[in-house]
Design a protein around this ligand. Structure first.
Ligand code: SF4
Ligand code: SF4
Length: 63
């Protein structure tokens, strides 16, 4: 099953740390909104490790 990362928008502080470590350009800050591009994210989890707010988690995706 495919894995992707999801963001808890109530925890995210929009620091940008997750963006700088993603090698797949799968996330982007749009004003005060962290957007995850599901088609680019492979669920590697690198961004989860650098998030200071614990706002990211990898989930299994059925699509
Ligand atoms: S899980 Fe990996 S590919 Fe997906 S947004 Fe995080 S660093 Fe990028
Ligand atoms: S590292 Fe965490 S707090 Fe910072 S922008 Fe990404 S999800 Fe938000």
């Amino acid at each position: 099953m495919r894995k992707i990362v999801v963001v808890d928008r109530y925890r995210c502080a929009y620091c940008g740390a997750c963006i700088s470590v993603c090698k797949f350009n799968a996330n982007e800050l749009i004003e005060t909104f962290l957007h995850i591009y599901d088609d680019r994210c492979n669920g590697c989890g690198i961004c989860v490790k650098v998030c200071p707010m614990g706002a990211l988690k990898v989930i299994e995706c059925s699509t």
